[in-house]
Design a protein around this ligand. Structure first.
Ligand SMILES: [Zn+2]
Length: 591
């Protein structure tokens, strides 16, 4: 009898075990190839003509393809069982091998970046290098903002006692907070994360006290934490000057390969639609039977959200949702279930959360989830399989360097997967309470990922601008936060006195500035694309598949333009909100 567990993944497409001789052979071969490549080309890249550079890039891809296999096997095994000593040892070895490889190959990156402009222009114009044009252009995008080597080294070294130290102080101060709270008769000492989780508690009094307790803890430490904000924002300002950036958000836009005008249009359109969020909260207040609606009610749960869906049923729902949209989507997702490329259930030693891992077009993706029968878990499966579809379609058309989607396009298929699943769930659900809760989840998802992120970004922009004029007291940053909150909520949500301390609780401002913007962009793009699908019907599907097949072979604008979508078209972003308005109307009908 076979004892194969259909819900555990099968990694044998990679290797049979940690001591599979093929694994050691791949490590050795990747290293030999890297050494040969470095010996042949280090110090000579700028002298290459287009055909030779193309050959070099193809060799580079082939050796990375080899090198990624042992690394991916080790990290997948580790994700599934962190306690296995043989796996830990393998992960250690493969990490070391990868680090060695990057050292050997760093020359390529550096020499592409520093090749004389006329050489680089010739490469970009050469038909032989057409497939690598985006890769080449992207590799140079930071060049005008890169300092000399000794300056870069100095900046890195001083950064350890500078930004890195301030960031650590911020993290440690927040992590040390214990919030005293009595819940259901029990006196608890909660971490900030635990207390924040209670903001979605069914008992309004618990929600209110948890919200206030977290904000009060921020207020108490505002002296230190606001000092960190001031220091890090000032550091950013100095760095912008040294690296010749024109505005605080420019480095993020460069990362995302997006022009500033598109970012502005996105932000403005979102703010013009804040009224939709307000409309929703008024309806939610009615659904909860609340006369006044406060910030601690924003995350209140509606009844019906705790429906259970076993894995087999979740699988059926995801596949049918995908099939409704496109048989190709369903076929790829089904393959992941049938051939056991998914590790589905939680178990001891397995890491939490979920991911879709894909390294190279020569190998299919693997998906890990911790399915626990909740509606959210079905949604996670749809999300990760959306990624898998994206990678699979890109893998059919792209070589390794063009394979992975660029950051702001990375969630294009995953969030789309969630949306089509939500449609399917609504279509099948008969229980009005569950339907209402499903709609609320979708809408609140959009509010959290688009509206709130834009609100954060607006505060962040104004906070950086204000810092340029001098040190900013905590009270003032707090007042600016409150002003943004009032803009978003209008008179639909009543903030409390402590709400102005909310800015202190957003670690992205410290860790990865303007990340919130990228997030809003990714989410709203998918909503706008989905609305396009609703408008155009099946005609849209092949273009969408082609967009996904583009992988990372262009900037977001180029990839979308190839399928006839113009991000600069006035009204493009509004489509996303039209989709939201439809959802809110459906919600109104069931309240
Ligand atoms: Zn994702």
């Amino acid at each position: 009898m076979s004892t194969v567990d259909p819900l555990r993944w099968d990694l044998s497409d990679l290797y049979s075990s940690t001591d599979d001789p093929a694994l050691a052979a791949d490590v050795a071969q990747a290293r030999e190839r890297a050494e040969a490549l470095a010996a042949a080309h280090r110090g000579r890249v700028a002298g290459l003509d287009a055909p030779s550079l193309r050959a070099l890039l193809a060799d580079y891809e082939a050796l990375l393809d080899r090198a990624y296999r042992p690394m991916s096997y080790a990290s997948l095994r580790f994700a599934a069982d962190a306690g296995d000593a043989a796996v830990q040892a393998l992960l250690d070895r493969t990490r070391e091998a990868m680090a060695h490889l990057s050292t050997l190959l760093r020359f390529l990156d550096v020499e592409l970046k520093t090749a004389p402009t006329e050489v680089f222009e010739r490469w970009l114009a050469a038909p032989e290098l057409e497939p690598y044009r985006h890769y080449l252009a992207a590799s140079r995008r930071y060049a005008p903002h890169t300092l000399s080597e000794p300056e870069e080294n100095l900046a890195t070294m001083k950064g350890l006692t500078g930004v890195a130290a301030w960031t650590q102080l911020f993290d440690e101060t927040l992590a040390a907070i214990r919030v005293p709270l009595t819940v259901e008769g029990q006196e608890l000492e909660l971490t900030v994360d635990e207390a924040r989780a209670l903001r979605s508690h069914p008992d309004r009094d618990v929600r209110a006290r948890a919200t206030r307790a977290v904000l009060a803890a921020h207020a108490e430490r505002a002296h230190v934490l606001n000092f960190v904000f001031n220091t890090i924002f000032q550091d950013h300002r100095i760095e912008l000057g040294l690296r010749r950036y024109a505005s605080p958000m420019e480095p993020t836009l460069l990362d995302d390969e997006l022009p500033a005008s598109i970012a502005d249009a996105l932000m403005d359109t979102t703010e013009r639609n804040y009224g939709l969020a307000q409309e929703y909260y008024r309806l939610k207040a009615r659904a909860l039977g609340l006369g006044d609606f406060s910030t601690h009610d924003v995350l209140a749960p509606l009844p019906g959200g705790d429906k259970k869906i076993p894995f087999a049923e979740g699988r059926r729902l995801v596949l049918e949702a995908f099939r409704d949209f496109s048989p190709r989507f369903a076929e790829i997702a089904e393959r992941h279930f049938d051939r056991r490329w998914i590790d589905a259930l939680p178990r001891p030693g397995k890491r939490g959360g979920a991911f879709c891992a894909a390294w190279s077009p020569s190998l299919h993706p693997f998906v890990l989830t911790n399915y626990n029968d909740r509606i959210d878990d079905v949604s996670t499966v749809a999300h990760e399989l959306g990624h898998a579809v994206h990678f699979s379609l890109a893998g059919e058309k792209q070589s390794l360097l063009n394979y992975g989607p660029t950051t702001p396009m990375a969630e294009t298929a995953s969030v789309f997967g969630e949306i089509v699943l939500a449609r399917r769930l609504l279509l099948e659900e008969r229980d009005p309470a569950v339907r209402r809760s499903l709609l609320a989840n979708r809408i609140e998802d959009v509010i959290a990922t688009v509206f709130r992120q834009v609100m954060y970004t607006r505060w962040e922009l104004s906070a950086h601008a204000r810092r340029a004029e001098g040190v900013v007291p905590a009270d003032e940053y707090g007042a600016m936060w409150r002003a943004q909150l009032d803009r978003l909520y209008g008179d639909a949500v009543r903030p409390g006195e402590l709400d102005r301390w909310g800015y202190i609780g957003i670690p992205h401002f410290i860790h990865s500035r303007f990340y919130c913007y990228s997030y809003a962009y990714g989410q709203l793009l998918v909503l706008a694309l989905y609305r396009r699908y609703l408008d155009e019907g099946d005609r849209f599907v092949p273009r969408y598949l082609e967009l996904l097949g583009g992988g990372g072979s262009g900037t977001p604008e180029e990839l979308l333009a190839r399928v006839g979508i113009d991000l600069r078209e006035p009204g493009f972003w509004q489509r996303g909100f039209d989709a939201l308005r439809d959802l809110i109307e459906e919600f109104r009908a069931v309240v």
